[in-house]
Write a protein that binds this ligand. Sequence first.
Ligand SMILES: Cc1cc2nc3c(=O)[nH]c(=O)nc-3n(C[C@H](O)[C@H](O)[C@H](O)COP(=O)(O)OP(=O)(O)OC[C@H]3O[C@@H](n4cnc5c(N)ncnc54)[C@H](O)[C@@H]3O)c2cc1C
Length: 322
Amino acid sequence: MGEVFVLVEHRQGKIRDVTQEMLGAGEKLAAQQGTVLTAVLLGKGVKNFADELATRAAKVLVVEDENLEHFNSILYQKVLTSLISKHQPLLTLMGHTAFGMDLAASLSVEMGFPMVTDCIGLSLENGRVKATRSIYGGKVNANVSLKNSQGYIATIRPGVFSPKVLTEKKGGITIEPSPLKGMIDLKKFLEYIEAPTTGEDITQAEIIVAVGQGIGGPENIPMVQEVAKNLGGVLACSRPVVDRNWLPKERQVGISGKTVKPKVYIAVGISGAFQHVTAMQGSETIIAINKDPRAPIFGVADYGIVDDFQNVLPVLREKTKK
Ligand SMILES: Cc1cc2nc3c(=O)[nH]c(=O)nc-3n(C[C@H](O)[C@H](O)[C@H](O)COP(=O)(O)OP(=O)(O)OC[C@H]3O[C@@H](n4cnc5c(N)ncnc54)[C@H](O)[C@@H]3O)c2cc1C
């Protein structure tokens, strides 16, 4: 009772990164409350996931049912209401992802629990949830405090919380009976279609070289791409670069693109609008190349080069050549 539930998100045989981030955040929340962290795993044939999760959570609750093979918010809600009623967690965490967005609101209505979404900060103080939400497209951070309740639901923004857990666990795995009686066909999983990608995932990269509108045109991208490759990194970009079709959307960093946290982020010809910075300021080292010394990107950069990128990139290309 009073524990912190983390709803495990998995797809296509893989636990998704947001789950690890929730476990990292959930461990701290459970410690604040003097309670335990429980990973809640719904699926079909997910025993191997349970073993892995048991090293990162004090408890793992598993519900296996063939109808849970693919995510379906109606079925997940049915199972979760049953688990929440039985175990009475203080807080149920899920990712602010397509899954979480589909599920959290109706679950909160059914349980009568207050809910806070898209959190970038979360704490439990005397049994009450306090959260930070980034609103108005990242211009304002709102600190919110939820009303007193026996239970809460929160969704967290992917890519914001650290996936690290402080101590390795040997959590107990409990198999719970499925409350699903036969197939409920209001909503059906039809097919999984992977979005076409170039095979490079910018959210996983340790080194990112990102280009902005300041690079002038697509003809300059190969030079930057070469530098990224020489450094063992990947190419990313700001939104106008995508809007102008210089690079595909999957490479966009920002509030309407991806959140990244590489070891090194090199921003080339990027002004540093908050819609961009919000999603890359967690990078370990930020290097900005911009010809305008007043560009806001220098406000978050650890190192800055005030110059035309045309003077800097060729030198970088030479220096990084293998
Ligand atoms: C709802 C909403 C969502 C948004 N989402 C995103 C998002 O997800 N990601 C995102 O990036 N933006 C997003 N934006 C857009 C954002 O507001 C900025 O317009 C955008 O980030 C600016 O991109 P930029 O820095 O590439 O271009 P600019 O602001 O045009 O900056 C170009 C920079 O390049 C420098 N420069 C020019 N020439 C050179 C040169 N030769 N050498 C060196 N430097 C040079 C300039 O000094 C300037 O600082 C969003 C906006 C809205 C309203």
